[in-house]
Design a protein around this ligand. Sequence first.
Ligand SMILES: [Zn+2]
Length: 289
Amino acid sequence: MLRLHITGVGDAFTERYHNASFCIEEPQSGIRLQIDCPPAFPRVLADYRRGRREGSATAPGHDLGIDNIDALLLTHLHGDHCGGTEAYLYMRRFLLGRKPTLLGAPEVLDALWPTRLAGGMERLLQSVPTWDAAALHERSQRTPGEPTDDRDLLRDPGGPIHALGLLDYCERQDLLPGVTRLGPLRIERRFTRHHIPTTAIRVSLDGRARPLFAYSADTAFDPDLIDWLSVADLVIHETNYGTHTPLSSLLLLPPELRARMRLIHYPDALSPADCPIACLHEGQLVELP
Ligand SMILES: [Zn+2]
């Protein structure tokens, strides 16, 4: 069986929820795989734990945290899906000293370090430098785009510089065509229709004929993708405005499929209680037998 801990259900602009994300747990092996990592990720997990403990102090998921989520899969690099990755990797390296495994299609992960993480994470100093306020002010007066060397702006450079790369913070496991294994999990991916490379996933277990669940990630309405997802027992699908999947399109799907569908990444204006397709909610535990 699998458990899905639903840690966020909102879209990129939500004022009500955390951004869409959840954690897969396979209880026998203890494997936990987080699917997407929204901003303020430690808070996202703390809110989930608080909700679970209201039922029972030892309810499944009562301990969900960065220390026991050893793997993270990123579907794509929009900030609402990967904005917490820096905090996750920092905490794993500097507080816990244990590398996690980062999973994703190479088309997604290749850009993670240079475009999202390097600016804050590639340079560490043994002791803290002192910036020269006058030099910083002078740079702000120069023509925009004129190249500067940061070292010219330091009054005291601090200790020796350590250059770090992504693999100093984590192991990397690329999602290639076919099946990727993580413990007992069998993961397949398929690209969706989105602004940047984005993968949907199907997750199965060894010995099972059908995937237990599939997740659309962010996508425009795509009947071929829905066919691919609907092989699974449960289909988690996004819905939203703009270039996302309109609820009206999903309502045209066969009733049998809609009954196996759960919505995520829905707009604040949607009322889950009145929605004709069941919505996931934060703090929810989904058990897939
Ligand atoms: Zn997106």
